[in-house]
Design a protein around this ligand. Structure first.
Ligand code: F6P
Length: 511
């Protein structure tokens, strides 16, 4: 088997230097068929990369880099359940939750477990639909919150059940404080979503709502730590499984999606999975030049490593996708925020850009000024939905007009009559269009981003499935918790700044 080769970063940078002075509009003028040739259609998704700064030659170098890094083989390894998460010695088999494309016993066993759990979850959804429960509270954080919250919000038009679905995530009790007084515990089902069942925020909020339920309503858990859930007071028949082969930020497709299935019904949840499965089949079957996730990842790598750009904006032109930037922030930054390679070796190249964003057109009236005329180029994904779920045609025309206008203006710029009114252009952006926002198209879109993240990790040689960086803060917080108690024993606090701040907090509390 040929060895995996890291991209030739210097060669990619040489392409960027060669193209440096050429504006995006000049590139398009020289090669107008880029407008269509630099685009891909996969199911209901259309992606147009014509406003990225690479030309055909540089693009060919990117695709060659993906082949040299053995990206197609890496996709196969992912689906087959190879140990792609080296630091935790695990596979990452989120694809087995929605498609049956993995070969070998590990992938097949995962698929079997996923189908069993799916069946149990569907039965629980049906049971709750037939009950007098009116409200669902999903208690979870990170991957146990962001995906379900995005799907429930984005697909509100597909709600079938009569459930109101609420989310508690932050350790700050403002959430419970505001939510609980409006609910009847006897008619509320609580889902404690925590793969580890050790996440402090979820245990704290979970304890508050469990005590509030006081045996009325229903208490469920989604976890891989069944004994911990039992010790917490969840009846074993109300525990849905998740396994160590599903990463938290890749878990929407598992029982972590319980709240989604309750909000949208089992059939729509199945459609969400079917859309993701379509993208799975696409990424496995297509070589980099016709592989949407590969192309998307190579574009991020181009902007990050060949152009040296450290930020990336996600700009959905559809209010239903307002939570997409938050969701992708975890998916991209927790997966790719690494400064050592998969084997622990230091990396010479930059990895994840800072990912952020907000909906158009709102953000046009807040941060777009900086995107158009700020000192840094910020690459962006602009996303739009062609056919809305409403009948307000005039509004939709304006949404799409703004989407197209911004993409064009960011890329092409505009010669101004003076320096203040000059638009430099050259701001690279990818335009992603969905025909409609449906459970299936949302599933495909999110799976595309998951696979793009994985592809970027392969190119950078990092592990996309661990997150050691978040652990240290948890340890420190646990140590500081006692120091905030009445007595304020600071002897175990070694940092002088933290000690000074503790004193300040206690003074403000009058303690
Ligand atoms: O602290 C980060 C993290 O581990 C995420 O990766 C994860 O999605 C989140 O916490 C929640 O974890 P759990 O589902 O185990 O409560």
């Amino acid at each position: 088997m040929a060895a995996r080769k890291a991209p030739d970063w210097e060669a990619l940078r040489a392409h960027a230097r060669r193209l440096g002075a050429r504006t995006l509009s000049a590139q398009l003028a020289a090669d107008p068929s880029r407008a269509t040739d630099f685009s891909l259609d996969v199911g209901a998704l259309h992606a147009n990369f014509a406003r990225q700064g690479y030309d055909r030659e540089a693009r060919a170098a990117l695709f060659a880099a993906a082949e040299a890094a053995r990206l197609p083989q890496a996709f196969r390894a992912l689906f087959d359940g190879e140990t792609v998460n080296a630091s935790e010695r695990r596979p990452a088999l989120h694809t087995a939750l929605r498609s049956d494309l993995g070969h070998g016993p590990v992938a097949k066993a995962a698929r079997g477990q996923a189908l069993d759990a799916r069946q149990r979850m569907a039965a629980m959804v049906a049971e709750l639909e037939a009950s007098d429960i009116t409200d669902i509270i999903n208690v979870g954080i990170g991957g146990s919150d962001l995906g379900p919250r995005l799907a429930v919000d984005a697909l509100a038009e597909f709600r079938t059940g009569r459930f109101r679905v609420h989310f508690l995530n932050n350790v700050d009790a403002s959430g419970v404080h505001r939510l609980l007084p409006g609910l009847d515990p006897a008619r509320t089902a609580v889902v404690l979503a925590s793969k580890s069942f050790g996440t402090q925020e979820t245990l704290l909020n979970g304890g508050i709502v469990r005590d509030w339920l006081a045996g009325r309503g229903r208490l469920y858990a989604v976890t891989s730590a069944t004994e911990r859930a039992a010790a917490f007071g969840v009846a074993p028949e109300r525990v849905l499984p998740i396994w160590d082969w599903v990463g938290g930020r890749y878990s929407l497709w598992s029982s972590v999606g319980f709240a989604v299935a309750l909000a949208l019904g089992n059939a729509n949840f199945d459609q969400l999975l079917a859309g993701a499965a379509q993208m799975d089949a696409h990424v496995l079957a297509q070589a980099p030049p016709t592989n949407l996730a590969a192309w998307h990842a190579l574009t991020m790598v181009w902007n990050r490593n060949a152009r040296g750009l450290g930020s990336h904006a996600i700009l959905p032109y559809d209010q239903r996708l307002a939570l997409l930037p938050d969701y992708l922030q975890q998916l991209v930054m927790e997966s790719l925020g690494k400064n050592v390679g998969a084997g622990g070796e230091p990396l010479a190249e930059s990895t994840v850009p800072v990912l952020w964003g907000g909906t158009g057109t709102n953000s046009q009236h807040s941060f777009f000024q900086a995107l158009h005329q700020g000192s840094d180029d910020v690459p962006a994904d602009l996303l739009g939905v062609v056919r809305p779920a409403h009948g307000y045609g005039e509004s939709q025309q304006w949404v799409l007009a703004n989407l197209l206008a911004q993409s064009e203006s960011l890329a092409n710029g505009h010669a101004g009559e003076d320096a203040q009114r000059h638009y430099p252009g050259g701001r690279p952006n990818t335009l992603v269009l969905l025909d409609q926002l449906t459970p299936a198209s949302l599933g495909a879109l999110l799976a595309m981003y998951e696979h793009s993240v994985y592809a970027a990790s392969v190119l950078w040689g990092i592990n996309a499935f661990d997150q050691w960086g978040v652990e240290r803060g948890k340890v420190l917080a646990a140590g500081l918790h006692p120091a905030l108690d009445g007595q304020g024993d600071d002897s175990a606090v070694s940092d002088p700044v933290t000690r000074a701040l503790l004193r300040r907090i206690r003074a403000s509390r009058g303690g």
